[in-house]
Design a protein around this ligand. Structure first.
Ligand code: ZN
Ligand code: ZN
Length: 176
């Protein structure tokens, strides 16, 4: 299923041989799902990367932004929704594997720079812990589990008319 065309790859064949040069890339690619501890998060549509790659002499510096949509589940109503993201990207790549002095640099070989692993890592870092489909999401009824965005359920309303809560306090007091 996964092929080379499902990755964010930069062809740096020419750039590699031209110290001081800069090249812009605009790549649109399908991406493999994010593998989280317990779940997989799929992309909703292709991912777009707008990047600038510079041959600094020793390394290839890649900077820019990556944007797209992810399919997340709302933490309140549990429904899937499209979460749009735009994350900055900045990494340094080197063909000199033994160049230990710059431990920030990511080694690569050949004429193609595959930035997919770094993009996926960045995205996992940027993911919201609690994603909501809308700020006003009503969530699920704690009683019956009905999605309250789709209408009311028949459950007794737990959130309260202040007059009712006074009454409840009085009743409680009588019981104690
Ligand atoms: Zn929701
Ligand atoms: Zn209910």
């Amino acid at each position: 299923m996964a092929g080379c065309d499902t990755m964010l790859q930069l062809d740096v064949a020419r750039l590699k041989r031209s110290p001081g040069e800069s090249v812009s890339f605009e790549i649109i690619a399908e991406m493999p799902p994010l593998k989280m501890a317990v779940e997989k998060i799929s992309f909703d549509g292709p991912v777009k990367a707008v990047l600038n790659a510079t041959n600094t002499g020793q390394t290839i510096m890649v900077e820019g932004t990556v944007s797209g949509m992810l399919q997340l589940n709302c933490c309140r109503c549990l429904e899937p929704f499209s979460y749009s993201f735009e994350v900055p990207f900045a990494e340094i790549y080197t063909t000199a594997v033994d160049e230990a002095k710059d431990e920030e640099a990511i080694p690569f070989s050949g004429d193609v720079l595959d930035i997919t692993p770094e993009v996926l890592k960045d995205l996992i870092m940027e993911l919201p812990m609690k994603a909501v489909c809308h700020e006003e999401c009503q969530g699920l009824c704690p009683g019956c589990g009905q999605n309250l965005n789709q209408g009311r359920c028949g459950c007794e309303v737990t959130e309260v008319d202040p007059r009712l809560s006074v009454l409840r306090d009085i009743l409680k007091g009588m019981n104690e």
